[in-house]
Design a protein around this ligand. Structure first.
Ligand SMILES: [Fe+2]
Length: 395
Protein backbone atom coordinates (compact mmCIF):
# COMPACT_ATOMS: atom_id res chain seq x y z
CA UNK A 1 0.00 0.00 0.00
CA UNK A 2 1.24 3.48 -0.86
CA UNK A 3 2.48 5.54 2.12
CA UNK A 4 -0.11 8.15 3.08
CA UNK A 5 1.10 10.56 5.69
CA UNK A 6 1.15 14.30 6.12
CA UNK A 7 2.27 16.94 8.62
CA UNK A 8 -0.31 18.88 10.60
CA UNK A 9 0.16 22.63 10.99
CA UNK A 10 -1.66 25.20 13.08
CA UNK A 11 -1.24 28.42 15.03
CA UNK A 12 -0.70 28.26 18.77
CA UNK A 13 -4.11 28.82 20.30
CA UNK A 14 -4.91 30.96 23.33
CA UNK A 15 -8.56 30.34 24.17
CA UNK A 16 -11.14 31.85 26.48
CA UNK A 17 -12.93 35.05 27.38
CA UNK A 18 -10.38 37.69 28.39
CA UNK A 19 -7.56 35.88 26.58
CA UNK A 20 -6.49 39.14 24.89
CA UNK A 21 -4.52 39.66 28.13
CA UNK A 22 -2.05 37.06 26.82
CA UNK A 23 -0.51 39.88 24.71
CA UNK A 24 1.38 41.16 27.77
CA UNK A 25 3.02 37.77 28.28
CA UNK A 26 4.73 38.01 24.90
CA UNK A 27 6.94 40.72 26.37
CA UNK A 28 7.47 42.50 23.05
CA UNK A 29 8.77 46.05 22.83
CA UNK A 30 7.36 47.47 19.61
CA UNK A 31 3.87 46.43 18.59
CA UNK A 32 1.85 47.53 15.59
CA UNK A 33 -1.90 47.03 15.45
CA UNK A 34 -3.80 46.38 12.22
CA UNK A 35 -7.53 46.81 12.79
CA UNK A 36 -10.90 47.95 11.49
CA UNK A 37 -11.66 51.42 12.87
CA UNK A 38 -15.41 50.93 12.39
CA UNK A 39 -15.58 48.18 14.99
CA UNK A 40 -12.56 48.80 17.22
CA UNK A 41 -13.83 50.41 20.42
CA UNK A 42 -11.85 53.00 22.39
CA UNK A 43 -11.87 50.57 25.33
CA UNK A 44 -10.14 47.87 23.23
CA UNK A 45 -7.59 50.43 21.98
CA UNK A 46 -6.83 51.44 25.57
CA UNK A 47 -6.59 47.81 26.64
CA UNK A 48 -4.06 47.01 23.90
CA UNK A 49 -1.96 50.07 24.76
CA UNK A 50 -1.95 49.00 28.42
CA UNK A 51 -1.10 45.36 27.67
CA UNK A 52 1.89 46.29 25.51
CA UNK A 53 3.14 49.03 27.85
CA UNK A 54 3.01 46.75 30.94
CA UNK A 55 6.50 45.53 30.03
CA UNK A 56 7.77 48.88 28.79
CA UNK A 57 6.65 48.32 25.20
CA UNK A 58 5.41 50.84 22.65
CA UNK A 59 2.26 50.34 20.58
CA UNK A 60 1.27 52.00 17.30
CA UNK A 61 -2.08 51.70 15.52
CA UNK A 62 -0.79 51.55 11.99
CA UNK A 63 -3.44 50.41 9.54
CA UNK A 64 -7.18 50.98 9.67
CA UNK A 65 -8.61 48.44 7.22
CA UNK A 66 -12.16 49.52 6.38
CA UNK A 67 -12.43 48.20 2.84
CA UNK A 68 -10.70 45.58 0.74
CA UNK A 69 -7.22 47.10 0.36
CA UNK A 70 -5.30 47.56 -2.88
CA UNK A 71 -1.96 45.80 -3.01
CA UNK A 72 -0.31 49.24 -3.19
CA UNK A 73 -1.93 50.09 0.20
CA UNK A 74 -0.47 46.93 1.69
CA UNK A 75 3.05 47.62 0.44
CA UNK A 76 2.80 51.26 1.64
CA UNK A 77 1.76 50.14 5.16
CA UNK A 78 4.70 47.73 5.20
CA UNK A 79 6.98 50.73 4.47
CA UNK A 80 5.49 52.56 7.47
CA UNK A 81 6.13 49.47 9.56
CA UNK A 82 9.78 49.41 8.47
CA UNK A 83 10.19 52.88 9.91
CA UNK A 84 8.81 51.76 13.32
CA UNK A 85 10.54 48.37 13.21
CA UNK A 86 7.99 46.31 15.21
CA UNK A 87 8.71 42.95 16.81
CA UNK A 88 5.00 42.20 17.20
CA UNK A 89 2.15 42.52 14.69
CA UNK A 90 -1.32 42.40 16.25
CA UNK A 91 -4.19 41.91 13.78
CA UNK A 92 -7.63 42.35 15.28
CA UNK A 93 -10.80 42.18 13.19
CA UNK A 94 -12.61 40.07 10.62
CA UNK A 95 -11.06 37.90 7.93
CA UNK A 96 -9.99 40.69 5.58
CA UNK A 97 -8.14 42.54 8.37
CA UNK A 98 -6.31 39.34 9.29
CA UNK A 99 -5.54 38.54 5.64
CA UNK A 100 -4.22 42.06 5.07
CA UNK A 101 -2.00 41.80 8.15
CA UNK A 102 -0.50 38.56 6.82
CA UNK A 103 0.49 40.33 3.59
CA UNK A 104 1.85 43.36 5.48
CA UNK A 105 3.94 41.02 7.62
CA UNK A 106 5.37 39.46 4.45
CA UNK A 107 6.27 42.78 2.78
CA UNK A 108 7.64 44.14 6.08
CA UNK A 109 10.07 41.23 6.34
CA UNK A 110 10.77 41.09 2.59
CA UNK A 111 10.36 44.67 1.25
CA UNK A 112 11.90 43.79 -2.12
CA UNK A 113 9.50 40.95 -2.89
CA UNK A 114 7.27 41.55 -5.93
CA UNK A 115 3.52 41.16 -5.68
CA UNK A 116 3.58 38.52 -8.44
CA UNK A 117 6.20 36.44 -6.55
CA UNK A 118 4.11 36.68 -3.37
CA UNK A 119 1.23 35.00 -5.20
CA UNK A 120 3.16 31.85 -6.20
CA UNK A 121 1.60 29.11 -4.01
CA UNK A 122 3.72 27.66 -1.21
CA UNK A 123 6.81 29.59 -2.28
CA UNK A 124 7.27 32.20 0.46
CA UNK A 125 10.48 32.55 2.51
CA UNK A 126 10.57 32.10 6.29
CA UNK A 127 8.55 34.66 8.26
CA UNK A 128 9.02 35.63 11.90
CA UNK A 129 12.63 36.85 11.88
CA UNK A 130 11.69 40.50 12.46
CA UNK A 131 8.26 40.13 14.08
CA UNK A 132 5.70 37.54 15.09
CA UNK A 133 2.05 37.89 14.22
CA UNK A 134 -0.83 37.51 16.66
CA UNK A 135 -4.33 37.23 15.17
CA UNK A 136 -7.42 38.13 17.19
CA UNK A 137 -10.53 37.32 15.15
CA UNK A 138 -13.65 39.33 15.97
CA UNK A 139 -15.92 37.23 13.75
CA UNK A 140 -16.37 33.44 13.78
CA UNK A 141 -16.04 32.32 10.19
CA UNK A 142 -13.00 32.65 7.95
CA UNK A 143 -10.55 30.88 10.25
CA UNK A 144 -7.89 33.24 8.86
CA UNK A 145 -6.25 33.34 12.31
CA UNK A 146 -5.01 29.82 11.66
CA UNK A 147 -4.99 29.39 7.88
CA UNK A 148 -2.13 29.53 5.39
CA UNK A 149 -4.19 31.69 3.03
CA UNK A 150 -4.78 35.39 2.47
CA UNK A 151 -7.46 36.34 -0.06
CA UNK A 152 -7.56 39.66 -1.89
CA UNK A 153 -9.80 41.10 -4.58
CA UNK A 154 -8.11 42.52 -7.67
CA UNK A 155 -9.95 45.83 -7.93
CA UNK A 156 -9.55 46.01 -11.70
CA UNK A 157 -10.73 42.53 -12.68
CA UNK A 158 -12.82 41.74 -9.55
CA UNK A 159 -10.98 38.40 -9.54
CA UNK A 160 -9.89 36.77 -6.30
CA UNK A 161 -6.11 36.66 -5.74
CA UNK A 162 -4.72 34.22 -3.23
CA UNK A 163 -1.50 34.17 -1.21
CA UNK A 164 -0.85 30.68 0.04
CA UNK A 165 1.95 29.49 2.33
CA UNK A 166 2.28 27.88 5.74
CA UNK A 167 4.61 30.80 6.54
CA UNK A 168 1.49 33.00 6.65
CA UNK A 169 -0.05 31.06 9.56
CA UNK A 170 -0.02 33.50 12.51
CA UNK A 171 2.20 32.48 15.44
CA UNK A 172 -0.72 32.90 17.86
CA UNK A 173 -4.49 32.90 17.45
CA UNK A 174 -6.24 34.48 20.42
CA UNK A 175 -9.85 33.25 20.58
CA UNK A 176 -11.49 35.76 22.90
CA UNK A 177 -15.25 35.43 22.43
CA UNK A 178 -15.83 38.77 24.21
CA UNK A 179 -15.33 40.36 20.78
CA UNK A 180 -18.17 38.36 19.21
CA UNK A 181 -20.97 39.29 21.64
CA UNK A 182 -21.98 42.41 19.74
CA UNK A 183 -21.88 40.89 16.25
CA UNK A 184 -25.13 41.63 14.35
CA UNK A 185 -27.31 38.57 13.65
CA UNK A 186 -26.65 38.66 9.91
CA UNK A 187 -22.86 38.68 10.41
CA UNK A 188 -23.14 35.82 12.93
CA UNK A 189 -25.23 33.71 10.52
CA UNK A 190 -23.15 34.42 7.40
CA UNK A 191 -19.78 33.87 9.07
CA UNK A 192 -21.11 30.79 10.86
CA UNK A 193 -22.17 29.27 7.55
CA UNK A 194 -18.73 30.03 6.09
CA UNK A 195 -17.20 28.08 8.98
CA UNK A 196 -19.69 25.21 8.61
CA UNK A 197 -18.86 25.02 4.90
CA UNK A 198 -15.13 24.85 5.69
CA UNK A 199 -15.80 21.98 8.09
CA UNK A 200 -18.02 19.95 5.74
CA UNK A 201 -15.73 20.48 2.77
CA UNK A 202 -12.54 19.62 4.67
CA UNK A 203 -14.18 16.41 5.92
CA UNK A 204 -14.53 15.09 2.35
CA UNK A 205 -11.44 16.67 0.71
CA UNK A 206 -9.37 14.04 -1.09
CA UNK A 207 -6.26 15.13 0.84
CA UNK A 208 -7.92 15.06 4.30
CA UNK A 209 -6.05 12.96 6.88
CA UNK A 210 -7.99 11.08 9.60
CA UNK A 211 -7.05 13.92 11.98
CA UNK A 212 -8.60 16.50 9.63
CA UNK A 213 -11.79 14.44 9.27
CA UNK A 214 -12.13 14.08 13.03
CA UNK A 215 -11.62 17.80 13.70
CA UNK A 216 -13.88 18.83 10.80
CA UNK A 217 -16.82 16.65 11.88
CA UNK A 218 -16.49 17.77 15.49
CA UNK A 219 -16.41 21.45 14.40
CA UNK A 220 -19.43 20.94 12.12
CA UNK A 221 -21.42 19.40 15.00
CA UNK A 222 -20.54 22.28 17.32
CA UNK A 223 -21.65 24.82 14.72
CA UNK A 224 -24.90 22.96 13.93
CA UNK A 225 -25.67 22.71 17.66
CA UNK A 226 -24.87 26.34 18.49
CA UNK A 227 -25.32 28.61 15.48
CA UNK A 228 -29.09 28.89 15.72
CA UNK A 229 -28.82 29.98 19.37
CA UNK A 230 -25.92 32.27 18.50
CA UNK A 231 -28.11 34.02 15.90
CA UNK A 232 -31.58 33.80 17.44
CA UNK A 233 -31.10 33.14 21.15
CA UNK A 234 -31.64 35.58 24.01
CA UNK A 235 -28.70 37.55 25.41
CA UNK A 236 -27.91 35.01 28.14
CA UNK A 237 -27.97 31.82 26.06
CA UNK A 238 -26.11 33.56 23.23
CA UNK A 239 -22.94 33.95 25.30
CA UNK A 240 -21.92 30.30 25.43
CA UNK A 241 -23.23 29.60 21.90
CA UNK A 242 -21.10 32.40 20.44
CA UNK A 243 -18.05 31.11 22.29
CA UNK A 244 -18.65 27.57 20.95
CA UNK A 245 -19.04 28.91 17.40
CA UNK A 246 -15.87 31.01 17.78
CA UNK A 247 -13.79 27.96 18.70
CA UNK A 248 -15.46 25.75 16.07
CA UNK A 249 -14.79 28.32 13.33
CA UNK A 250 -11.08 28.22 14.15
CA UNK A 251 -11.08 24.43 14.17
CA UNK A 252 -12.75 24.53 10.74
CA UNK A 253 -9.90 26.81 9.66
CA UNK A 254 -7.39 24.27 10.99
CA UNK A 255 -9.20 21.57 8.99
CA UNK A 256 -9.01 23.44 5.65
CA UNK A 257 -5.40 24.49 6.29
CA UNK A 258 -4.49 20.82 6.52
CA UNK A 259 -6.67 19.79 3.54
CA UNK A 260 -8.63 22.24 1.40
CA UNK A 261 -12.02 23.89 1.05
CA UNK A 262 -14.33 22.27 -1.51
CA UNK A 263 -17.10 22.72 -4.05
CA UNK A 264 -19.08 25.58 -2.47
CA UNK A 265 -15.86 27.61 -2.35
CA UNK A 266 -15.06 26.71 -5.94
CA UNK A 267 -18.60 27.70 -6.95
CA UNK A 268 -18.67 31.01 -5.06
CA UNK A 269 -18.19 33.03 -8.25
CA UNK A 270 -21.61 34.77 -8.08
CA UNK A 271 -20.72 36.01 -4.57
CA UNK A 272 -17.78 38.11 -5.76
CA UNK A 273 -19.63 39.17 -8.94
CA UNK A 274 -22.86 40.30 -7.25
CA UNK A 275 -21.17 41.48 -4.05
CA UNK A 276 -22.98 39.00 -1.81
CA UNK A 277 -21.45 38.03 1.56
CA UNK A 278 -19.15 35.03 1.09
CA UNK A 279 -20.67 33.09 4.01
CA UNK A 280 -24.22 33.64 2.76
CA UNK A 281 -23.31 32.22 -0.64
CA UNK A 282 -21.49 29.28 0.96
CA UNK A 283 -24.60 28.51 3.03
CA UNK A 284 -26.90 28.85 0.02
CA UNK A 285 -24.74 26.52 -2.10
CA UNK A 286 -23.91 24.00 0.62
CA UNK A 287 -27.00 21.73 0.24
CA UNK A 288 -26.36 21.55 -3.54
CA UNK A 289 -22.62 20.88 -3.31
CA UNK A 290 -23.11 18.40 -0.46
CA UNK A 291 -25.69 16.53 -2.55
CA UNK A 292 -23.34 16.55 -5.55
CA UNK A 293 -20.40 15.14 -3.53
CA UNK A 294 -22.62 12.51 -1.87
CA UNK A 295 -22.77 9.80 -0.86
CA UNK A 296 -19.62 10.12 1.22
CA UNK A 297 -18.63 8.30 4.46
CA UNK A 298 -17.83 11.59 6.27
CA UNK A 299 -21.24 13.07 5.47
CA UNK A 300 -22.91 9.81 6.54
CA UNK A 301 -20.95 9.87 9.80
CA UNK A 302 -22.02 13.45 10.48
CA UNK A 303 -25.65 12.58 9.67
CA UNK A 304 -25.58 9.68 12.16
CA UNK A 305 -24.06 11.87 14.88
CA UNK A 306 -26.81 14.41 14.28
CA UNK A 307 -29.30 11.62 14.96
CA UNK A 308 -30.55 11.47 11.37
CA UNK A 309 -31.90 8.17 10.08
CA UNK A 310 -31.09 6.20 6.95
CA UNK A 311 -30.60 2.56 5.89
CA UNK A 312 -27.84 3.41 3.44
CA UNK A 313 -25.05 5.96 3.11
CA UNK A 314 -27.07 7.59 0.33
CA UNK A 315 -30.17 7.93 2.51
CA UNK A 316 -28.17 9.35 5.41
CA UNK A 317 -26.54 11.89 3.08
CA UNK A 318 -29.88 12.90 1.55
CA UNK A 319 -31.24 13.46 5.06
CA UNK A 320 -28.17 15.60 5.83
CA UNK A 321 -28.82 17.66 2.69
CA UNK A 322 -32.47 18.19 3.74
CA UNK A 323 -31.29 19.10 7.25
CA UNK A 324 -28.96 21.77 5.78
CA UNK A 325 -31.83 23.31 3.78
CA UNK A 326 -33.96 23.57 6.93
CA UNK A 327 -31.00 24.91 8.88
CA UNK A 328 -30.52 27.69 6.30
CA UNK A 329 -34.22 28.51 6.49
CA UNK A 330 -34.07 28.76 10.30
CA UNK A 331 -31.18 31.25 10.41
CA UNK A 332 -32.28 33.42 7.51
CA UNK A 333 -29.93 32.25 4.75
CA UNK A 334 -31.69 32.59 1.35
CA UNK A 335 -32.41 29.22 -0.26
CA UNK A 336 -31.73 30.44 -3.80
CA UNK A 337 -29.96 33.19 -5.72
CA UNK A 338 -33.43 34.38 -6.80
CA UNK A 339 -34.40 34.76 -3.14
CA UNK A 340 -31.11 36.62 -2.56
CA UNK A 341 -32.38 39.19 -5.06
CA UNK A 342 -30.11 38.33 -8.01
CA UNK A 343 -31.45 39.29 -11.42
CA UNK A 344 -32.33 36.20 -13.50
CA UNK A 345 -31.15 37.55 -16.84
CA UNK A 346 -27.75 38.75 -15.55
CA UNK A 347 -27.20 35.48 -13.64
CA UNK A 348 -27.88 33.31 -16.69
CA UNK A 349 -25.81 35.59 -18.96
CA UNK A 350 -22.86 34.88 -16.66
CA UNK A 351 -23.70 31.20 -16.03
CA UNK A 352 -21.13 29.80 -18.48
CA UNK A 353 -18.37 32.01 -16.96
CA UNK A 354 -19.31 31.10 -13.37
CA UNK A 355 -19.37 27.38 -14.21
CA UNK A 356 -16.06 27.54 -16.10
CA UNK A 357 -14.32 29.30 -13.20
CA UNK A 358 -15.94 26.90 -10.70
CA UNK A 359 -14.61 23.74 -12.36
CA UNK A 360 -11.10 25.17 -12.68
CA UNK A 361 -10.85 26.14 -8.96
CA UNK A 362 -8.37 24.16 -6.83
CA UNK A 363 -11.08 23.64 -4.20
CA UNK A 364 -13.23 21.93 -6.85
CA UNK A 365 -10.37 19.76 -8.09
CA UNK A 366 -9.71 18.45 -4.56
CA UNK A 367 -13.35 17.57 -3.89
CA UNK A 368 -14.40 13.89 -3.95
CA UNK A 369 -16.46 14.34 -7.15
CA UNK A 370 -15.50 16.83 -9.86
CA UNK A 371 -18.37 18.19 -11.94
CA UNK A 372 -18.28 18.53 -15.73
CA UNK A 373 -19.11 21.93 -17.22
CA UNK A 374 -22.71 20.78 -17.86
CA UNK A 375 -23.09 19.49 -14.29
CA UNK A 376 -21.64 22.75 -12.93
CA UNK A 377 -24.17 24.77 -14.93
CA UNK A 378 -26.99 22.50 -13.75
CA UNK A 379 -25.91 22.92 -10.11
CA UNK A 380 -25.86 26.71 -10.43
CA UNK A 381 -29.21 26.70 -12.23
CA UNK A 382 -30.79 24.64 -9.42
CA UNK A 383 -29.25 26.99 -6.85
CA UNK A 384 -30.66 29.97 -8.73
CA UNK A 385 -34.23 28.67 -8.62
CA UNK A 386 -33.98 26.88 -5.25
CA UNK A 387 -34.87 23.47 -6.75
CA UNK A 388 -34.74 20.71 -4.16
CA UNK A 389 -31.15 19.36 -3.97
CA UNK A 390 -31.08 15.62 -4.72
CA UNK A 391 -28.25 13.12 -4.64
CA UNK A 392 -27.80 11.83 -8.19
CA UNK A 393 -29.22 8.35 -8.80
CA UNK A 394 -26.18 7.40 -10.92
CA UNK A 395 -24.13 6.38 -7.85
FE1 LIG B 1 -14.78 30.46 3.21
Amino acid sequence: MKDMYSPFVTSNFIVGRGSIKFISQLNKKRAVVIYDGRIMSDATKEQLLTLVSENGGECRFIADIRNEPYFSDIVKAADDMNEFNPDLIIAIGGGSVLDTAKAMHLFYEYPDMSVEDSLIPYNLPELGKKAIMVAIPTTSGTGSETTSAAVFIDHETKAKRLMLSNELIPAYAILDADFTDTLPKSVASHTGMDALTHALEASVCVTASPMVVSIAISAALDILENLKISVLGNEDEKLSAREACHVAASLSGVAITNSCAGLAHGFDQPGAYFDLPHGMVCGLLLPYTTAFASPHPSYAKLAKRLGLKGDSEKELCQNLVDYLVNFNKAIGIPLSFAEAGIDEEIFFDKLEDFATLAISAVATKLSPKIPSLEQAKELLKNAYYGNKPFISSEV
